[in-house]
Design a protein around this ligand. Structure first.
Ligand code: HDE
Length: 674
């Protein structure tokens, strides 16, 4: 991982707004020093509180207004600062200033999120993840507001409120929280064939990411890149994680909801604090204007992806998230991203989903954050910004001009507009024609080919997980007709899958014809991702009288492989080795959990108690059942023997040389165990 400086132009800009209260006198918001912050002003020490108690009122009235409306979707999220740099100039493709020169470092802020749940929802629910990036460029803010899945449920934004009403907890009882496993969601899916491909994606492990740092990001829509010559090309934006794409498994994700509902924010925050920065490469898929109609899908349809084998992804730059926020509310909660925030050199297409988003996001920010949301420090650009907009609630900027209109003579017609030739934004002059209609284009009507393409691209393990996910999700649906309609939809994608799911749910096997598409796209399978050990957690079970030599070696070798050792023992405090060496315990069997470690090593120790052995065995079994790598030294081996997993895939016994265990840790899962 790069160790680079954490300050950038944006973080510098935020500094005057950062306040430290430690060691300071307490005052009201008006600056009056407070002599007593524990007692209200009352008439007698047992009497009523007086209306004149401005100190209590100042405190209470502010408290009463501490919450702002949570985001209607993506309410739970977590953000970090970072920087982006392009590898080489992209001037052939775009005028966008931040993509011109590898010497330009652009500050970024990223907010990752879960879509369905409320602000306090459990973070490991099965859900699409938001991946929203604000680039603070020298020519204004460019926001890439994407998800970790390359396509979407619907084709036209007018259906978004319906989708979300179906997805959110059911209104009569507000159940379930942050979950899709309920009748109204699946009723929507079963009634809207355009969701078929997205349905396959959300039933895959993509909706259970191991970490925000280990998931892809997609702009989803087709945008345009426009260069100096005025040539426009269609583009899709991708983020490719440096650590590869990895997921939890369902049983693990469900249990983690209890073991650590903050699993993803803890992972991102902790790793950035530890110097394991989150890195993503920006990728572009580019289609020439003249090739717009060359594909068997419509490039304006957001329920379709462009297979990477047909339109390759060119990696053009790298983003490094290297600094946590100082205050989650001020930064992550108040950040207002918007797919309509584009800069010169980037433009929209007629994608009907994108077009509605361009309205929705400004509208929602004005409601959620306020009229002047763009002036809040986290949202303001790092370049100068001037116009004639004035006033509104909570205006911070003090515009001292007498003139606030255009055109004018009194201020020499300033602030002045900038022609396109000098850097002003000019919309790409695409041709528009046709009757005003409310219709779906015929080229948007194939809903099953890409759902089938996805299914064709999955390994057997991935297919099994999709099958189980359908059985769980639809199993929670009480309406038999809703179950049946979704199984019918599956029938168009894969008869084999539909037969299996129908059997599990006790519904009819659909009598429909499955898609005949034979193509697959290897890029869609997570089995083809990259594998690293960096920042993965190794739980090490250590008992009293552990072998200091073995454990010392183990710790050195794990750290050299950039694994993060976590010492787990009977109780917190220290645990003692054979030569008097002491190790500080990170997790006890109560505060830790096998769910929290990517792999487990059992070092045990001569002084292992019966309690230690019992607990250690339960940790081992859970890790094994989750297909995770396990290792033991000779003194820990007996525990592996007792649970019967010696010689099983991904299980190693090592005394001095821990490379085999580390190699397994890199592989992450051993699916051939089942
Ligand atoms: Fe959003 N979406 N969305 N969305 N979306 C919001 O904006 C909306 C869509 C996405 O971390 C809201 O500030 C409409 C696609 C992310 O702050 C809201 C439509 C994609 C985030 C909204 C879509 C996204 C949002 C809620 C259909 C992936 C979190 C609060 C036309 C490309 C951003 C807010 C953050 C948030 C509307 C569809 C991603 C209501 C109308 C497709 C990552 O404005």
């Amino acid at each position: 991982m790069d160790r680079i400086k954490k300050e950038n132009k944006k973080t510098e800009q935020l500094k005057p707004f950062v306040r430290e209260n430690k060691g300071k006198k307490m005052t009201t918001n008006e600056g009056v020093m407070i002599s007593n912050d524990e007692n209200s002003l009352t008439a007698g020490d047992r009497g009523p509180t007086l209306l004149e108690d401005f100190i209590m009122k100042d405190k209470m009235a502010h408290f009463d207004r501490e919450r702002i409306p949570e985001r209607v979707v993506h309410a739970r999220g977590y953000g970090a600062h970072g920087v982006f740099r392009v590898y080489e100039s992209l001037e052939d493709l775009t005028m966008a200033h931040f993509l011109q020169d590898p010497n330009i470092e652009t500050p970024v802020f990223v907010r990752f999120s879960e879509v369905a749940g409320s602000k306090g929802a459990n973070e490991t629910n099965r859900d699409v993840r938001g991946f929203a990036t604000k680039f603070y460029t020298e020519e204004g803010n460019f926001d890439l507001v994407g998800n970790n899945i390359p396509i979407f449920f619907i084709q036209d934004g007018i259906k978004f409120p319906d989708l979300i009403h179906a997805l959110k907890p059911e209104p009569h009882n507000e159940i379930p929280q942050g979950q899709t496993a309920h009748d109204t969601f699946w009723d929507f899916i079963g009634s809207n064939e355009e969701s078929a491909a997205m349905m396959m994606w959300i039933m895959s492990d993509r909706t259970l990411p191991r970490s925000f740092r280990m998931m892809e990001g997609f702009g989803v829509h087709t945008f345009r890149l426009v260069n100096k010559e005025g040539t426009s090309r269609f583009v899709k934006f991708h983020w490719k994680p440096a650590l590869g794409v990895h997921s939890l498994i369902w049983d693990e994700a469900q249990k983690l909801g209890g073991a650590d509902p903050d699993y993803h924010r803890r992972d991102l925050w902790g790793n950035i604090e530890d110097g394991f920065f989150a890195e993503f490469e920006l990728g572009l898929q580019v289609i020439e204007e003249k090739d717009e109609f060359m594909f068997d899908f419509d490039i304006l349809d957001a329920t379709k992806l462009w297979p990477e084998e047909i339109v390759p992804v060119r990696k053009v730059g790298k983003m490094t998230l290297n600094r946590n926020v100082d205050n989650v509310f001020a930064e992550t909660e108040q950040v207002a991203v918007h797919p309509g925030n584009i800069v010169r050199g980037i433009d929209f297409t007629n994608d009907p989903l994108l077009q509605s988003r361009i309205f929705s996001y400004t509208d929602t920010q004005i409601y959620r954050v306020g009229t002047n949301f763009q002036q809040i420090p986290i949202n303001s650009p790092v370049c100068p910004f001037h116009n004639n907009q004035r006033d509104g609630a909570a205006r911070y900027i003090i515009d001292k001009d007498r003139v606030a209109y255009h055109k004018n003579n009194l201020a020499d017609n300033t602030p002045y507009t900038v022609p396109g030739t000098k850097g002003g934004f000019v919309t790409y002059p695409s041709t528009v024609e046709g009757l005003k209609v409310r219709e779906t284009a015929p080229s948007f009507k194939d809903h099953f080919s890409q759902a089938r393409l996805f299914w064709n691209s999955m390994t057997n393990v991935e297919r099994n997980h999709i099958f189980s996910a359908f059985c769980f999700e639809l199993g929670k649906v009480k309406s038999v007709s809703v179950r049946q309609r979704v199984v019918n939809l599956i029938g168009y994608i894969s008869t084999d899958l539909a037969v299996l799911v129908a059997k599990d749910l006790g519904v009819e096997v659909p009598k429909v014809e499955e898609s005949q598409i034979k193509a697959s796209s290897p890029a869609l399978s997570m089995a083809n991702t990259k594998f690293y050990t960096d920042s993965l957690k190794t739980g090490i079970l250590i008992a009293e009288q552990f072998d200091s030599h073995v454990v010392g070696n183990l710790l050195d070798q794990l750290t050299a492989a950039k694994l993060k050792p976590v010492i787990v023992s009977e109780r917190l405090g220290v645990v003692n080795g054979t030569d008097g060496k002491e190790l500080t315990v990170d997790d006890s069997f109560l505060t830790g959990s096998p769910l929290l470690y990517d792999n487990l090593f059992v070092a045990s120790g001569r002084g292992a108690s019966e309690y230690f052995n019992q607990k250690a065995k339960s940790f081992i079994i859970e890790q094994y059942n989750h297909f995770k790598p396990l290792g033991a030294s000779r003194s820990g081996m007996y525990l592996m023997q007792e649970v019967g997993i010696i010689n099983k895939p991904g299980v190693t016994i090592n005394q001095d040389q821990f490379q085999p265990f580390i190699n397994n840790a890199r592989k992450q899962r051993f699916w051939d165990r089942s």
